[in-house]
Design a protein around this ligand. Sequence first.
Ligand code: SF4
Length: 77
Amino acid sequence: MNWRESARCRGTDPELFFPIGSGTSFPTLVQSDEAKAVCARCPVSRQCLEWALDAPVEGIWGGTTETERRELRRRRA
Ligand code: SF4
């Protein structure tokens, strides 16, 4: 079974996971936190994060922002 089939975000408005604006603006941080709260309850968050680390994408994946994933990649290198 593909891990995406168990994704908690299925049926959620996808726009929630793609905050617009500066990564440090208040609305962007609030939206990011809302998306991360969904990820925190997701049974496949680990698989999602590994996928996002291997296939750089925008938005919130595996409970992380692009900036956080960039840092994770840097630490792994
Ligand atoms: S970790 Fe977040 S973005 Fe990834 S599948 Fe789960 S809910 Fe969706």
